[in-house]
Design a protein around this ligand. Structure first.
Ligand code: NAD
Length: 372
């Protein structure tokens, strides 16, 4: 049984953050004692990958551009062939969670060091979790061996991340923070990280939407993503993550967007079990209060918002144009019962007991996209 008040695992990554930090990537490779990098470039980031290649110079011995979503094992094997042909001694990856996933999959097979330059807010670069897909089945495992040795956060690499991806990915990061706050082992460090992540991202999202290239909002987003990644690494995730894993793995729904459509409804489901956590979340989210036009009723809305974290999360996602329904993401309504059954097939910790009928109601609401 559980005998601790809280538990915390730290992973030995070196993290640098700033503007133009891509210029330090060769230093990071050399600091690890490496000199033959395989460069992994995610889709739609080839210009950023060219910059990384230029900084690495002759220390980049090969480049692999074939990154795919959900880390298919066949793609990993193709990259592994390139890695071996060129005798690479480390992996440098620039891209989102899919690209980081490939770097981790290579590290799991070779033990090579990884240097990651994230371009989304997924947070995978901070975690010991590796998800892989084989024959249409996505499985995850957790091992300290896949934690990247170095992470180079360069705000400049995120300035051109399209707004709709930025919003969904930002809410994906907030989902890590929300679930960490009600995790059984949540430590003071993870709690502080989660609340800061929520307020940074909530405060930045509306500014990002009105000025996508604004560096201050982008820096807040990436800071929030890093802190949310620590939450994901160091606290057990619950219903939100299990459900989105099922919807992505078995129904092909997009990862970050699904998190956005589901999060307000999972919060509403869990709220009765953890009212104090919801009050903390609402307070953190109120960083967005002066920045967005709340839907009616106007006037006294702010005071009621503090008692309504799930509704507040829904309104924030709505105000920044994020996905609000599983319907718009392509889930068929007749798949709701199957999804509820799959997501309750094995028990897992969650603040409120998860029942198949309860989950079906939650999924119907998320499918319609009604305000919880
Ligand atoms: P992603 O890496 O697939 O990127 C999303 C989209 O953004 C892609 O189309 C990509 O091409 C595009 N993109 C990225 N950077 C861009 C840029 N600068 N400019 C233009 N387009 C850009 O998705 P993601 O949401 O970052 O990551 C999702 C994947 O990561 C999922 O497979 C998920 O399971 C995994 N993940 C794993 C962990 C973990 O701890 N293991 C954590 C979070 C996510």
């Amino acid at each position: 049984g559980r005998t601790y008040t809280w538990a915390y695992a730290a992973y030995p990554a070196r993290v640098v953050f700033g503007h133009g930090t891509v210029g330090t990537v060769l230093d990071e490779v050399e600091r690890l004692g490496r000199s033959r990098a395989l460069l992994l470039a995610g889709p739609r980031v080839s210009e950023h990958a060219d910059t990384v290649a230029a900084v690495l110079g002759s220390s980049a011995v090969a480049r692999f551009d074939g990154v795919a979503e959900h880390t298919p094992v066949q793609v990993t094997e193709q990259a592994l062939t390139v890695l071996r042909e060129h005798d690479a001694d480390c992996v440098v990856a620039v891209g989102g969670g899919s690209t980081t996933g490939l770097a981790k999959a290579l590290a799991a097979r070779t033990g090579l060091d990884q240097v990651i330059l994230p371009t989304t807010y997924a947070g995978s670069e901070m975690t010991p979790v590796l998800g892989e897909t084989e024959n249409g089945v996505k499985t995850t495992r957790s091992s300290a061996d896949v934690v990247p040795e170095a992470v180079v956060y360069d705000v400049d690499l995120t300035l051109d991340l399209p707004v709709h991806i930025s919003v969904a990915s930002g809410v994906n990061a907030m989902a890590h923070a929300v679930e960490a706050l009600y995790a059984p082992q949540v430590s003071p460090l993870v709690q502080a990280s989660a609340l800061t992540a929520l307020s940074r991202i909530a405060g930045a999202l509306p500014r990002l939407v009105s000025d996508p290239g604004g560096t201050a909002a982008r820096a807040d987003m990436l800071t929030g993503a890093w802190l949310a990644g620590i939450c994901l690494a160091s606290a057990d995730m619950a219903l939100q993550h299990k459900l989105c894993h099922t919807l992505g793995g078995s129904f092909g729904l997009p990862h970050a967007e699904t998190h956005a459509a589901v999060l307000p409804h999972v919060m509403a489901y869990n709220a009765p079990a953890v009212p104090d956590v919801m009050a903390q979340i609402a307070e953190a989210l109120s960083a967005a209060t002066p920045l967005i036009a709340w839907p009616a009723p106007a006037g006294d809305r702010h005071s009621s918002v503090i008692d309504d974290a799930p509704g507040f999360m829904f309104d924030l996602i709505s105000a920044v144009g994020g996905p609000l329904s599983l319907r718009e993401l392509g889930l068929a309504e007749h798949d709701v019962p199957k999804a509820a059954e799959l997501a309750t097939a094995r028990p897992y910790p969650n603040p409120r007991t998860v029942t198949t009928p309860g989950l079906e109601r939650l999924l119907h609401a998320a499918w319609r996209g009604t305000r919880p």
